[in-house]
Design a binder for this molecule. Structure first.
Ligand SMILES: Nc1ncnc2c1ncn2[C@@H]1O[C@H](COP(=O)(O)OP(=O)(O)OP(=O)(O)O)[C@@H](O)[C@H]1O
Ligand SMILES: [Mg+2]
Length: 313
């Protein structure tokens, strides 16, 4: 069986700057009606990110065969070269030369407050990136433009390619009816604890009920690991113990990659989720979504130490 995974979602840059002060000293309640503030931020980093980029990165760490599906602008050539150097096939990342790559600008202060802006750029045209005719063992429809998520889901469904629906930060774009329509096409649902509670509210169905209409549901709970709902049962999989908690950004995407890897190997959902927890636990120990560099042997050793499993040779 092919191990190819179509990873549909955003391919984006994240720019994170740190203001060495407190926003509250500069954004004053009595001048908020005409706000004009500028923060001096000598400490800045630019990360490769976006859900499809992050998931593909982690799947490649595992030795998987991800095909990221996204839309970027002409400014993404360094990102595409970097993915290519990692052995990731970038032919389904479409470059729209008259647009920017999606990018998030985040400024944080010393109280860990954040001011963020997101420019969607080429992402708003992701529906044009048609994957009809591509073969794959599995796919994921991760956060992207709403139109793009539906277009990918419909095309995958029409071709019989099973996919995970990953709502993530696209949550504000989906009504209860939208969620039900997506779930009628998906084979699996993944969400973090908060997203799961919103999905339950909007659809009126508990995770355990939704799982009965799918192959299963996986809900992540940060330091408390993840819960699998499948076959009428709920299995709680504890997180791995980590040496240091540095940055949670991208833990969800790392988790998705572990799931997808296990699914392409025909593992049970709980076993795939054990690997997913290992990937999330590795990620949290480094800053940014794609700066962890474990070898496959490192991942396999952690999988063995925590759950008594190993990666296939
Ligand atoms: N502190 C932690 N210790 C160990 N594992 C963790 C920790 N935080 C997260 N993980 C692992 O990563 C997985 C995903 O984390 P989480 O539930 O926080 O996702 P998320 O909220 O979608 O994150 P994000 O959107 O920031 O990427 C968890 O199920 C867990 O396995
Ligand atoms: Mg998340």
């Amino acid at each position: 069986m092919s191990d190819k995974v179509l990873v549909c979602g955003s391919v984006a840059f994240d720019t994170i700057a740190v203001f060495e002060g407190h926003f509250k000293d500069h954004i004053l309640p009595d001048s908020i009606h005409s706000l004009s503030v500028s923060f001096f931020v000598p400490n800045m980093r630019k990360e490769y990110g976006g859900c499809a980029g992050n998931i593909a990165y982690n799947l490649r760490l595992l030795g998987g065969d991800p095909l990221p599906v996204g839309t970027v602008g002409a400014d993404a050539s360094d990102y595409l070269d970097y993915l290519g150097d990692l052995g990731i096939d970038t032919r389904l990342i479409r470059v729209l030369p008259d647009m920017y790559t999606p990018q998030c600008f985040i400024t944080t202060d010393l109280d860990n407050n954040q001011i963020a802006s997101f420019h969607p750029g080429a992402m708003i045209r992701s529906a044009e990136n048609d994957v009809t005719g591509e073969q794959a063992a599995w796919a994921i429809v991760a956060p992207d433009s709403r139109d793009g998520m539906f277009a990918h889901a419909e095309r995958l469904h029409a071709q019989g390619i099973p996919f995970i629906f990953d709502l993530g930060q696209a949550m504000p774009l989906f009504s209860g009816d939208d969620l039900n329509r997506m779930l009628s096409m998906a084979r699996l649902l993944t969400a973090n604890h908060y997203e799961a509670s919103v999905i339950e509210q909007r659809t009126g169905h508990a995770m355990a009920e939704i799982a009965q209409t799918l192959d299963g549901v996986v809900v992540t709970h940060g330091v408390d690991g993840s819960h699998v709902y499948a076959g009428g049962q709920e299995t709680r999989i504890p997180a791995i113990a980590v040496d240091q908690v540095v940055d949670p950004t991208g833990c969800g995407d790392a988790h998705r990659a572990g799931l997808l890897y296990g699914l392409t190997k025909g593992w049970s959902l709980p076993d795939a989720c054990r690997l997913a927890n290992v990937m999330g636990g590795i990620k949290i120990a480094s800053r940014g979504p794609q700066n962890h560099r474990p070898s496959r042997a490192d991942i396999s050793a952690l999988l063995h130490a925590n759950y008594g499993m190993t990666l296939p040779a």
